[in-house]
Design a protein around this ligand. Structure first.
Ligand SMILES: C[S@@+](CC[C@H](N)C(=O)[O-])C[C@H]1O[C@@H](n2cnc3c(N)ncnc32)[C@H](O)[C@@H]1O
Length: 306
């Protein structure tokens, strides 16, 4: 399954920090941490399920895990391996969020942060099956038009697409090959072609310094500066490897943008949760102080018990 493969590769390589939504310097979003701590303090659950949990972005906010029975599910086994290293005592289950291989009515609290929406609408109905009648549901889901989708992801995605559209990698490879021939004319020709696209990526790196485009641009620049220390084939292999990274990055970021929920999706989800017997269902934009746009939809509901 391509989706599963992409996420597993992400968790093997890029997801080292463990949380997908972090600050510009890569550290935890403290207000998000405070949000989850409050949810746990308020509901005082014993058993908690985190759906599409990644490497433990929610459970890693808990100062102590001893008093809880924590279960994390994700489609990626690699995410859950990382989660077990990060969260003491967590039980993990690899499964699709729309078809969770756990019994009915087991959890006091069911949560998900930027995860359940990747599995489509069925996954929201599944939450009601897993929740105890007196339990609670708290979800933070990608907000279409919100900060993550409109700013962070779109900029990173545009950078990756620019690598592809400019043909930067192919032109860089041609330049490396031309340089190895030592023929002035061939080098000049390759250089002319390369200098058509180099400033385009340079300009974008100055505007958006983080992302695969910047890794490509700055990495290749360094390799060119120190090229006498490298084999031609090593540079070509590095460029081909980055090409693979660019392709995967485009797939994963496009998937993240597609997972974002509109008001219409929210209305459908509320209806599903109602049909599944949940009560007090609410959904509102969720803001963090640093960002002007909403960061997520905050969806919450109570179990079926009156
Ligand atoms: C944006 S990450 C969020 C991870 C984590 N909750 C966090 O906040 O860091 C999305 C997660 O959803 C998982 N995922 C994607 N599609 C899924 C599906 N159909 N079922 C279950 N998990 C899925 C991915 O493996 C990934 O870990």
């Amino acid at each position: 399954m391509q989706q599963q493969k992409n996420w597993s590769e992400y968790w093997q390589k890029e997801g080292e920090g463990g949380d997908v939504f972090v600050t510009a310097d890569g550290s935890k979003q403290l207000q998000l941490q405070a949000f989850w701590q409050k949810i746990f303090e308020h509901h005082k659950p014993t058993s908690v399920l985190d759906i599409a949990s990644g490497a433990g972005a929610v459970f890693s906010n808990l100062e102590s895990t001893e008093q809880y029975h924590l279960v994390a599910t994700d489609i990626s086994v690699d995410a859950l391996v990382r989660q077990r290293q990060r969260v003491d005592g967590v039980q993990t289950v690899v499964c699709d969020a729309a078809n969770i291989s756990l019994g009915n009515a087991q959890f006091d609290l069911v949560v998900s942060q930027f995860g359940i929406e990747y599995a489509g609408p069925e996954a929201f109905s599944e939450t009601a099956r897993l929740l105890k009648p007196a339990g609670s549901l708290t979800l933070l889901c990608h907000f279409m038009g919100g900060y993550i989708v409109s700013s962070a992801l779109k900029q990173e995605l545009a950078g990756a697409q620019l690598c592809q559209q400019t043909g930067f990698i192919e032109k860089a490879k041609q330049l490396v090959v031309a340089m190895s021939t030592g023929e002035k004319r061939t080098v000049h020709q390759a250089m002319d072609v390369f200098t058509e696209v180099e400033p385009v990526l340079a300009k974008y790196c100055a505007k958006v310094p983080e992302g695969i485009h910047s890794h490509l641009y700055n990495g290749f620049k360094q390799l060119m500066i120190k090229r006498q220390h490298y084999d031609q084939q090593d540079i070509i292999s590095w460029l081909e490897n980055v090409q693979g990274e660019v392709d995967k990055c485009i797939l994963r970021l496009s998937e993240m943008c597609q997972a974002a929920l509109t008001q219409q999706h929210i209305d459908d989800i509320k209806q599903r949760l109602t049909n599944a017997g949940l009560r007090d269902i609410q959904a509102e934009p969720f803001y963090l102080p640093k960002y002007q746009l909403p960061v997520a939809w905050h969806i919450h509901a109570k179990g079926s018990k009156k």
